[in-house]
Write a protein that binds this ligand. Structure first.
Ligand SMILES: [Zn+2]
Length: 410
């Protein structure tokens, strides 16, 4: 019997045991309120001393690794916010597959039918904050590791099972405790990565994400008394003309096969101080999502063109944040291994697609790792009341984690 056949047989014979193990881990992890919010909102969550407190879930992960003899590293920029990476295999052929789920969650919010931190099992689903995002998938990959260990499966490469901190909230201080920290400090060097944090019920593989950028445009007028508007230059009128130009703006780009077109959203406008003052300044904030090939210089020059069309206008354009779009060639080992094994287990081949939103996969890709988003769960169930995940999907995902690892690492 081949290694993969052995694993499939084990899953068939032990279905209930595997299911119960995953369910009990999810229940245990959901009880821990690892809520990650920006510092400013921390006081709304009095049970937290620091943001996230992911160490509460990390303790469960470490206990599991210890019980199964899985060696692990713990990397933490702050001890309450650790990252735990279990390692299976010999790391002999230079191939390392990083499977990473995050331990932090968004706040429960309103509208729940049950206690968000006490998992309720109903109709084959688990309800609770974090069951899908991302504690269910985390339990699933841990159990996959335990089964590989229990069956004594030898991997020539290394499977790295990672429980990470700090995914859900980006603090204005810019300090990262999760994937950013691990990459900045060169603490990990995977060849491939799978991030099970997109939903899509394993039916689609996130191979590309748009670049996320924010631009601030400021109109500079001249203040004057509201009774003598002719003595001033009204920055809001000036900006109004600019906004009309921005609405017509066309970027130069090539339509991307999965990402399609870039987008532009005018999300905020601020101007004026009082009715009796001619506003001297007006600002807008633009969220621009780019496709591969677009550069910061091109985007700035497009905005400058708009500004030039406003007669008598005086504008400054600032890039507040910029990250690059990325894409992975869909014809690569990682995508093929996922497709082939899914076909066998689930009966369909997940299709490559691209997103405007972002996951850890982007950060990894920009650091030279072939990383995709792929995982269990319904994409509508993220960050909402009555978040849920189907237990069967978690079990299937555990099996697929084992099979994909063998294909990629042996
Ligand atoms: Zn998530």
């Amino acid at each position: 019997m081949s290694t993969k056949e052995k694993i499939k047989a084990y899953f068939q014979e032990n279905e209930n045991k595997i299911r119960d193990k995953i369910v009990s881990l999810v229940k245990e992890m959901v009880k821990e309120k690892t809520v990650n919010v920006v510092s400013e909102k921390l006081s709304e969550h009095p049970y937290l001393k620091v943001r996230g407190e992911e160490y509460r879930v990390a303790n469960i992960v470490k206990r599991e690794f210890e019980n199964y003899g899985i060696p692990y590293n713990e990397f933490a920029r702050m001890k309450e916010r650790p990252n735990v990476i279990g390692k299976i295999g010999k790391d002999k052929n230079g191939k390392r597959l990083f499977m990473a789920a995050h331990m932090d969650i968004v706040p429960a919010g309103d509208g729940w039918d049950t206690d968000p931190f006490e998992v309720v099992e109903k109709d084959g689903k688990l309800y609770g904050r974090g069951t899908l995002d991302n504690k269910g998938p985390l339990a699933s990959i841990i159990v996959a590791g335990e089964i590989l260990k229990e069956l004594g499966i030898e991997l020539e490469g290394e499977l790295q099972l990672a429980a990470l901190s700090d995914e859900e909230a980006e603090d204005p201080d810019g300090i990262d405790y999760g994937i950013g920290y691990l990459l900045e400090e060169k603490l990990i060097n995977p060849t491939f990565a799978i991030i099970p944090d997109i939903g899509e019920n394993m039916e689609r593989i996130d191979i590309a994400e748009k670049g996320r950028t924010v631009f601030k445009v400021t109109a500079h007028g001249k203040q004057a008394h509201g009774s003598t508007p002719e003595k001033g230059i009204n920055a809001v009128y000036m900006m109004a003309k600019m906004v009309c130009e921005i609405e017509k703006l066309q970027f130069d780009y090539k339509v991307h096969p999965v990402l399609g077109h870039p987008t532009l959203n005018l999300g905020e406008i601020h101007g004026g101080a009082a009715p009796n003052i001619v506003p001297g300044q007006c600002e807008i904030l633009l969220d621009i999502r780019t496709v591969p090939g677009m550069t910061k210089e091109q985007v700035v020059s497009k905005l400058e063109e708009c500004a030039k069309k406003v007669e008598g206008g005086k504008f400054t354009i600032e890039c507040m944040s910029w990250n690059e779009p990325h894409d992975v060639n869909p014809d690569n080992e990682l995508v093929r291994a996922i497709q082939k094994n899914s076909k066998e287990v689930l009966g369909f081949e997940p299709e490559p697609f691209g997103m405007g939103g972002g996951t850890f996969a982007k950060t990894l890709n920009l650091h030279g790792v072939i990383a995709v988003g792929w995982g269990p769960g319904d994409d509508e169930a993220f960050h909402v009341a009555n978040e849920y995940v189907e237990i069967k999907q978690l079990v299937d995902f555990a099996l697929l984690t084992c099979l994909v690892s063998i294909d990629l690492l042996n």
